[in-house]
Design a protein around this ligand. Structure first.
Ligand code: MG
Length: 243
């Protein structure tokens, strides 16, 4: 799983060098698809239909969610422009094991308002990971995320949580990004799951667009997401989806 996570991180490294005003989401998708194929891994979102299957097959290798899009945006011909923020989510299987992560990138120079949202969303993930200690409860993770996000004037989307991950992309347990703490299974060494809070500038409420995938904020305000695949060890959490 460390190797799978490292490959996911390499995809983000590639994106970091390519995201700029003028590039399309489809071009980013193609670059990541090429790297995943070159390494002999399998992209997990392409053709995905949800669980249970309820969506049209997902058309891309990456999810690309721009500005007020919360998640599951389609990597289409949209051209990124200066000041946008774009959340990219990548899931893949490599040597039989899955890796999953999300980063929200700034496109060129962004407003202080957008930068603050990115900073807080990243800090939410960092605090969530720090709370993932053996012996604590799974919902303690969401409790610290919610506390911090709301203390900064933001909201947390409730309907998507992190998930166990291993040979399959989605396994038990589910990992809520809101409290209360003290619930759900206790964390123990050997567990591997994602933590992936979606943090909104305004209301947490959302709408699914007619394309069957893209989720947007109801008030049109910005949303940002960061995600890592995290393993619980006796010494605490370790991030698998990094270089
Ligand atoms: Mg995930």
């Amino acid at each position: 799983m460390r190797e799978s996570g490292r490959l996911v991180a390499q995809c983000f490294d590639l994106l970091r060098h390519n995201i700029r005003p003028g590039i399309t989401l489809r071009e980013l998708d193609q670059k990541v698809a090429a790297l995943i194929e070159e390494r002999g891994a399998l992209p997990l979102y392409k053709g995905y239909r949800g669980n249970p299957p309820s969506h049209p097959p997902f058309p891309g290798v990456i999810c690309a969610s721009v500005n007020h899009e919360i998640c599951h945006g389609l990597p289409n011909g949209r051209v990124l422009k200066e000041g946008d923020i774009v959340g990219i989510d990548i899931g893949l299987k490599y040597n039989g094991y899955c890796g999953d992560a999300c980063v929200t990138f700034a496109v060129g120079r962004i407003s202080p308002r957008a930068q603050r949202l990115l900073d807080v969303a990243q800090e939410c993930l960092r605090r969530g990971i720090a709370a993932a200690q053996p012996g604590r409860y799974v919902s303690d993770i969401g409790a610290v995320i919610q506390l911090y996000a709301e203390s900064q004037g933001y909201s947390v989307v409730r309907e998507w949580g992190g998930h166990g991950i291993g040979r399959n992309l989605h396994e038990a347990p589910s990992v809520p990004h809101v409290g209360p703490g003290g619930q759900g299974p206790r964390l123990r060494p050997g567990m591997v799951f994602t933590i992936e809070p979606m943090i909104n500038e305004g209301v947490p409420d959302w709408t699914l667009l007619k394309d069957g995938w893209t989720v947007v904020t109801n008030d049109g305000k910005l949303s940002a997401q960061f995600e890592h695949t995290v393993a619980i060890t006796e010494d605490g959490p370790i991030i698998l989806s990094q270089l």
